[in-house]
Design a protein around this ligand. Structure first.
Ligand code: NI
Length: 171
């Protein structure tokens, strides 16, 4: 297992739709295992492949922080099937260190995906799990969370990042 580098906003891979996963092989299992390790080390609850520079449609998630084995899940080729209700809460992203703001998301999301053997399953998530699955599925589509806020808030975040880039604190 290995810790992977997490790419930050500004890297084009984050705004490029990922390719569908077609090979359910040892290489995929190693990538997923490394992504889990990287996510736990960064204290995140979700991590998508484009965030480690791999332009593929998959993500890992564990909203229990490692405490509940059933919460540890890899979703390959995720598709949002159904959403229900609304929630608004602060959201962050490992590719935007130090940036948090309120994002409105669905309260419940049912996502269909494949597991590491290519078997289809559905994951029914509420609250944080719904928020996380929608955020990470967006990453698979080349969409980042500042695309889910108002144009004004997006501009403020972009300016903050530009300042950090100039100071060499965003690389
Ligand atoms: Ni993210």
């Amino acid at each position: 297992m290995a810790l992977l580098d997490i790419v930050k906003y500004g890297d084009p891979v984050l705004e490029t739709p990922g390719e569908p996963v077609t090979e359910f092989d040892a290489k995929l299992k190693r990538l997923v295992s490394d992504m889990f390790e990287t996510m736990y080390a960064a204290r995140g609850v979700g991590l998508a492949a484009p965030q480690v520079g791999v332009s593929k449609r998959l993500f890992v998630m564990d909203c229990s922080g490692g405490g509940d084995p059933e919460a540890r899940v890899a979703l390959v080729n995720p598709v949002v099937l159904r959403v229900e209700g609304d929630q608004t809460g602060d959201e962050g992203c490992l590719s935007f260190p130090g940036v948090f703001f309120a994002v409105k998301r669905s309260l419940r999301a049912v996502v269909r995906a494949q597991d590491l053997n290519g078997e289809e399953f559905e994951f029914d998530g509420l609250e944080l799990e719904a928020r996380c699955m929608l955020h990470e599925t967006d990453h698979c589509d080349g969409v980042v969370f500042i695309d889910r806020t108002t144009p004004l808030k997006r501009e403020l975040v972009r300016r903050k990042i530009k300042r950090l880039q100039k100071q060499g604190r965003w690389v």
